[in-house]
Design a protein around this ligand. Structure first.
Ligand SMILES: [Zn+2]
Length: 63
């Protein structure tokens, strides 16, 4: 099963999902290239779990 991570963009503070094997991920909101190793990871798991975590995080942040 493919694993995903939910990471927080250090620039705009929004969460987005990418594959757990990725080293870099471009923030879909502001375009910043996020290095996964340096980023704040909210959760790791399957795509459904990670998507839900992303939505929950971004809703709570009200960004
Ligand atoms: Zn961003």
């Amino acid at each position: 099963m493919m694993r995903y991570v939910a990471v927080v963009c250090p620039k705009c503070g929004r969460a987005s999902a990418t594959k757990a094997t990725a080293q870099r991920h471009q923030c879909p909101y502001c375009g910043t290239i996020i290095r996964i190793n340096d980023a704040t990871v909210i959760t790791v798991g399957d795509s459904k779990k990670v998507r839900e975590a992303v939505v929950r995080y971004n809703t709570q942040k009200k960004v």
